[in-house]
Design a protein. Structure first.
Length: 268
């Protein structure tokens, strides 16, 4: 099956999963989860097959901007789906599956860039990139959970119990998972920065300086939030603002310079 066909069918599957949640998101009985997860799993599998053929070529590994975004999206989609199979995360599903739809659409309509790597010759670089990807995916999940916590908290304060159905997690549980993800992601991000500084020769080169400085600032923000939550009990609006700020900085670090270089400058 061709990459185009795999991406097209994955797009349709993700659309079905998104629609099945949105159409009944506040219904007392909840969405048709069998339809949602069946479509989502089909989308995830096809997404993986298409992504594998795009990433791994005969000349090496193609880590273009679009492929990297698709890979991170796939990691987050898999993780949220697995969590949702065990615990209520109804607010996050349409966001995650909707973004997965956009990545598949981009794969179909945007030109594919080339950013070749040869990880078999640079194991330390592979370790650094693996840690960085996992850290980013986990921290974005923490941000999504922080938004869910904020929504549930606001509805409870307004005594709007109809908007907080049994398909949404209890506030305390959602908040606990948010900070577990935050701590895990912060540790992984710290390890990614450490491996990069130790094993990459061009760590302080001009081309990487923007990414490294922003990533380090994001790490400081996340580490400060973890300390503040453990020692000072930071939560609520303070935790949400710091989580979102750190995630935006990390997104700018990971994708900002590559977007300018591979998309904007490439068109000039």
């Amino acid at each position: 099956m061709s990459t185009v066909l795999l991406s097209a069918v994955a797009l349709v599957a993700y659309l079905i999963a998104t629609a099945s949640v949105l159409l009944r998101i506040f219904h007392p009985a909840g969405p048709h989860f069998k339809t949602t997860f069946s479509a989502a799993i089909i989308g995830i599998v096809l997404h993986m097959l298409a992504l594998t053929s795009l990433l791994f070529t005969g000349d090496g590994q193609n880590f273009s901007l679009l492929n990297v975004i698709s890979l991170v999206c796939w990691l987050i989609t898999v993780a949220i789906t697995l969590i949702a199979l065990r615990t209520p995360t109804i607010l996050l599903l349409p966001v995650v599956y909707g973004f997965a739809c956009l990545t598949q659409l981009a794969t179909l309509i945007m030109p594919h860039g080339i950013q070749m790597q040869h990880f078999e010759q640079h194991i330390s670089l592979l370790a650094h990139i693996f840690l960085a990807f996992i850290a980013y995916a986990v921290l974005i999940m923490a941000m999504l959970y922080s938004l869910q916590v904020s929504y549930i908290s606001n509805k409870l304060k307004q005594k709007d119990f109809t908007a907080v159905s049994r398909h949404m997690p209890p506030l305390v549980y959602a908040e606990k998972l948010q900070f577990r993800l935050l701590l895990t992601g912060t540790i992984l991000l710290g390890l990614a920065l450490l491996t990069g500084a130790l094993f990459m020769d061009n760590w302080l080169a001009k081309a990487n300086l923007h990414k490294n400085v922003l990533s380090f600032i994001a790490f400081i923000i996340f580490a400060l939030l973890c300390w503040g939550h453990a020692r000072k009990g930071w939560r609520g609006r303070t935790a949400n603002m710091l989580t979102i700020s750190g995630s935006l900085l990390l997104t700018l670090a990971y994708f900002g310079s590559r977007f300018v270089r591979e998309v904007l400058l490439d068109k000039l």
